[in-house]
Ligand binder design. Sequence first.
Ligand code: BES
Ligand code: MN
Ligand code: ZN
Length: 486
Amino acid sequence: MDFKTQVAGAAGLAKLATDALLVLVSGTELPENLDAALASVLGTAVKEGDFAFKAGQTLYAHRVEGVKATRVVYAHAGDGSAKALRRALGLALGYVKSSGAKQLTVAATGTLAWHGALAEALVAAVSEATYLYRETKPSAPAPARLASVTVVCAKTEVAAIESGLRIGQAVAAGTTLARECANRPANHCTPSYLAEQAKKLAKDHGLKVEILERKDCEKLGMGSFLAVAQGSDEPPKFIVARYHGAAKTVAPIVLVGKGITFDTGGISLKPGAKMDEMKFDMGGAASVLGTLRAVAGLKAKVNLIGIIPACENMPSGRAIKPGDVVTSLSGQTIEILNTDAEGRLILCDALTYAERFAPAAVVDIATLTGACITALGHHRSGLFSPDDALAGELQAAGDAAGDPAWRMPLDDEYDEGLKSSFADMANIGDGTGGAVVAAMFLKRFTAKLRWAHLDIAGTAWKSGAAKGATGRPVPLLTHFVLGRAA
Ligand code: BES
Ligand code: MN
Ligand code: ZN
């Protein structure tokens, strides 16, 4: 998809030659400076009850007399925020993507004015509307014909819009990569597949990548990660990918992504309903790959390291059993009371491994707990950090990117349930406050780090008719990393 700007005023819109013209309106009245031909269609529609000046309203018109564009779509941009614009564009693109239009021209009228964040929201909306999973579905309908999107704007707005389009396209590419990875079924997307994806990303974008095999992890002493992996016939992979955009002396940001390519629960087997969705349990890993892609694509002046412990959680004769005690890379021992609380067991070793990079900050991203869905639903990711400044940065990055998170507590009281008679800690608490208790478990491995944790169990994918990965939180993470760039 090609995104560009074109300098023109609202009064010249009728003369623009394009397959589809999207006119964004705002406020409560017909925009003053709109061409007569374009204004009259809208005015008539209002009179006849087919359009109203309020959020969520759209109107389609075909071959309007006196308008050069083949198709015209009007959409009300609500309060003019990036969030409202994205929603309006989502509705308007519904007409365009199923039409024959190859080019789309988007204009803001009335009091609505373009800026970087709106341009970014435009790219996000187009990417969202045109994404289609096809990898294992040869019968899927042909992808949308849309090939180019032009933003009509004033000369003074060009620089900000072009910067927004550039960031938006990088975020979209990263988000799409994450969606493609996570949507693949678990018999395709294995730990080895994730390792191959990391290698491909490295080759295409100049990253350095290292894959630690089972024996490498054994040598290092990653007893917790390997305990989860031991029940599966798929070899585990511990993936480390490094992007260097700043001087070697600049401390890197480390992202740690949970890469459980399928979570059956292990011996503490999950119930059958919706178990297929546990192929998305590598959503954290996918978001790390996607963010690396976005940041490297922008050549951001920052050092970024992605760590992905990848394995399956399976029941078998070799699988871990409830009550087993394992020794983590940190030396702390863990009593595994529930083999379904496996995410924290692979993340703890990855967090300890991250220490060797002396990072400026470490953020882990994981589809960690069903309890986080109970707490926050599917809108905001759970954000946990003992560091107020880091929590604030991540919260702001999510808001700016339209990929919001909400801070959750980490009081010491929540740690109490993790006490064990047979090890330094258990891997579960008493079942209450499950999202916080899981975060408290991870916190035990982060004493030497500036650390935050994102629980994306509710946001990484959608269930139901539109089942599929969302690519979240690539937008949040990319904004966070860009905010740290020189
Ligand atoms: N991957 C799951 C969390 C999950 C479940 C995400 C459902 C999205 C939807 C995780 O490994 C898990 O099984 N967690 C358990 C923890 C419990 C055993 C303490 C959970 O949330 O039930
Ligand atoms: Mn589990
Ligand atoms: Zn899991």
